[in-house]
Design a protein around this ligand. Structure first.
Ligand code: ATP
Ligand code: MG
Length: 514
């Protein structure tokens, strides 16, 4: 059957930075796609006295005043599919990695969970299942279920004390250069072989920092299951505004097909800045900190799209790690406090911890995860129960005793335990720990094995115990990852394993002999 495509042609009247005003388009809606040239497109963001206001995207330099602008009364859609894996795309989902065009390719599995509202005209798609609308409606309550599976980041501090569930939104917040991006990339690297699709969305970061991330992902063989959506600092403002929605939409395709998706937005402060700049150019009234009034809506409509689908909708999930920059540790800033209120917890990165060498510099006093601990491995939950409190108490004690030369035996013992805990949490970036390794490390900490070791010995232990177990105790590792819980038998075996490890090194640990 032949379909008739209606088209309306207008004229570009004015261009200001990456904003254009178009006359002659009478039937337009917000969020609609406008064709401006072969490589440039626009998205409708407002109307003013008979003119349509659009943000320009793509090859903005091709667009000239007086050119034609074409509207097909279609919502802004992008192609989605398996073909995007391993590719770098811009906010229009066009490839920018020089590897040629992308064939979206549908997954072999039929789409099971596409909610019905995709088809509806305003928020929905153009009808083709291979194109999704960028501003798609978030899944409704009835399509979701509570989080039930743990999302393994591989960062010991996070997995033990601030556990994340699949479908959760966890804000990463901190000053400049505190290791925020590293937490996100560590989590991506850790998804290797875990059947999770990762999306790294770069917004307003420098081109060189984007290249570094891509190189890192390539080196760690993580790019093959990752999509990079890039709107770096030199991209048009409109692309920076659209990029997180594009990343989310590319992820939704996989989520609809019952897969798990993980998205890092790096970072939403720059996203808000880009939107503020465009709004001020549009002469919209500035509000608090000169942001437009709808900046809260900007981020909340994005955050709502994370979640865990119910089994009838394919059980797919989408986990978000939005990153936000603070100025001098001020979490009460407008954008940070907005995002704190719309996420399920935050990981707070602290500059002074980072400078003191405690890396990842996660401030355990201010970081929370509101939903993740229900889905943690029972073994990790049991072993890490009081860990966070112990660490916070140690920090307080450290402050009080800093200038005192003589402290009691008990206090110095607690300080020693605290030092061990600090060393226990310290972890290099790009070296994620699998959960079995975390159980073993936690077990050794709980058995107070680490307290009798020197600094270099703890380092040696953390580095080598997992390799040793893989070689000598593979069955125990299998049991730990299978049961996810500690039985009396596995405890006995863990003791035996620790004794064997230290015996090989010529050390005897009291209280462990079995
Ligand atoms: P920006 O504000 O520039 O985005 P950021 O907060 O994202 O910075 P990163 O880029 O992740 O911080 O990290 C800053 C530096 O710290 C990098 O050089 C990185 O290699 C180093 N770093 C991050 N985490 C760790 C870690 N756990 N151990 C050692 N070095 C780390
Ligand atoms: Mg960063």
């Amino acid at each position: 059957m032949q379909t008739i495509q209606l088209q309306e042609v207008g004229k570009i009247k004015e261009i200001k930075k990456s904003i254009a005003k178009i006359t002659g388009l009478t039937r337009c809606m917000i969020g609609q796609l406008i064709h401006l040239s072969d490589n440039a497109r626009g998205i409708v963001v407002g109307f003013s006295s008979g003119e349509v206001v659009v943000f320009l995207m793509g090859k903005v330099e091709e667009v000239r005043v007086g050119n034609e602008a074409c509207s097909q009364m279609e919502p802004f859609t992008i192609p989605v599919g398996e073909g995007f894996l391993g590719r770098i795309v811009n906010a229009l989902a066009d490839p920018v990695d020089g590897k040629g065009s992308i064939q979206p390719r549908r997954s072999a599995k039929a789409s099971v969970g596409v909610p019905t509202d995709i088809e509806d005209g305003v928020s929905g798609g153009s009808g083709s299942p291979d194109r999704y609308p960028v501003f798609r409606r978030a899944p409704g309550v009835l399509q979701r279920v509570p989080l039930s599976r743990t999302f393994e980041t591989g960062v010991l501090t996070i997995d033990t004390t601030i556990p994340i569930g699949k479908g959760q939104r966890e804000l990463i917040i901190g000053d400049r250069m505190t290791g925020k991006t590293s937490v996100g990339t560590d989590a991506i690297i850790n998804q290797r072989g875990k059947n999770t699709i990762c999306i790294y969305c770069c917004i307003g970061r420098t081109y060189s920092s984007l290249l570094k991330i891509v190189e890192l992902l390539k080196e760690k063989e993580a790019l093959e299951y990752t999509i990079v959506v890039a709107a770096h600092a030199a991209s048009p403002g409109g692309e920076q505004y659209l990029a997180p929605y594009t990343a989310c939409t590319l992820g939704e395709y996989f989520m609809d097909n019952g897969r798990d998706v993980f998205v890092v937005f790096d970072d939403l402060t720059k996203h808000a800045w880009a939107y503020r700049q465009l709004s001020l150019l549009l002469e919209r009234p500035p509000g608090r900190d000169a942001y437009p009034g709808d900046v809260f809506y900007l981020h909340s409509q994005l955050m709502e799209r994370a979640g865990q689908y119910s089994p009838e909708f394919g059980s797919g999930s989408m986990t978000f790690f939005p990153i936000v920059d603070t100025l001098q540790g001020d979490v009460t800033g407008y954008i940070p406090s907005n995002l704190i209120s719309m996420t399920d917890g935050q990981i707070y990165m602290n500059t002074s911890l980072f400078n003191s060498g405690f890396r990842p510099a996660i401030d355990l006093g201010l970081s929370v995860s509101r939903v993740g601990n229900k889905v943690q491995w029972p073994a990790i939950r049991e072993l890490s129960g009081m860990l966070r409190l112990e660490y916070v108490r140690y920090n307080e004690l450290l402050k009080i005793t800093r200038f005192k030369a003589n402290v009691s035996e008990r206090v110095s013992q607690r300080l020693r335990e605290g030092e061990v805990l600090t060393q226990f949490f310290t972890q290099m970036n790009n070296e994620p720990y699998p959960p079995e390794q975390q159980v073993v490390l936690l077990y050794a900490l709980r058995r107070k094995v680490l307290t009798v070791l020197s600094k270099t010995e703890i380092e040696y232990f953390k580095k080598n115990i997992y390799g040793f177990m893989r070689e000598k105790f593979p069955a125990l590792l299998l049991e730990l990852s299978g049961k996810k819980d500690l039985t009396p038998e596995s405890r006995r075996q863990l003791d035996g394993c620790l004794v064997a490890f230290f015996r090989e090194k010529g050390m005897q640990i009291k209280g462990l002999e079995v």
